[in-house]
Design a protein. Structure first.
Length: 190
């Protein structure tokens, strides 16, 4: 039985709440889709924002849609160092007690008190894929990637839902260290 999964490399990006979209882009503004992402219903928006931390800033940070309940910035460790923040490694959506950041858009600025994380490496499993492979939601997996400098990633979180498509997400630091790119194939070891 194949235990292979495609790899998606996740660059720095931001998820915005509807309230923050309206502050940053103007009342009633709706994000527009640039291209669909690997997960059904999710997309890279045409819109970008700037983010500023205590030490530095990044312009043109891509917004991923659709809007979320809470605003969240996902960065790599290298990005965090450049911004001057020390975010926790967390699953997306788990932002309690994380660091804040300033976000600038064309119509306004938002300061969030928490919401900056380094996303935990994870694999999205459709429920049928999880059943076929004997994987449970939130299970921690070991995954081997080939690449130029093949590595085994520990603590890869299984995220199971009927709304997901099979895809492993790692950040740019992890991908660069292993010589892995979007579309490469990883093997679930256990």
């Amino acid at each position: 039985m194949s235990r292979q999964v495609p790899v998606g490399v996740s660059a720095r990006h931001i998820h915005l709440s509807e309230e923050h979209v309206h502050i940053l882009f103007g009342e009633g503004y709706q994000l527009t889709e640039m291209k669909p992402l690997s997960q059904p219903g999710q997309y890279a928006a045409n819109e970008t924002v700037a983010v500023t931390g205590p030490k530095g800033s990044f312009g043109k940070v891509r917004i991923l849609g659709p809007v979320r309940k809470r605003t969240q910035l996902e960065v790599s460790r290298t990005d965090a160092f450049a911004l001057g923040v020390n975010p926790p490694v967390r699953e997306s959506g788990d932002i309690a007690g994380s660091e804040g950041i300033t976000i600038q858009g064309p119509a306004g600025e938002v300061v969030i008190e928490e919401g900056v994380i380094v996303a935990a490496r994870h694999i999205h499993f459709h429920t049928s894929d999880a059943e076929r492979l004997g994987i449970a939601d939130k299970q921690k997996l070991r995954v081997r990637v080939g690449g130029d400098r093949g590595v085994v990633f520990e603590h890869v979180v299984a995220r199971v839902s009927a709304d997901f498509a099979l895809d492993m997400h790692i950040d740019t630091d992890e991908a660069n260290a292993a010589g892995v790119k979007n579309g490469d194939i990883a093997d679930i070891i256990d």
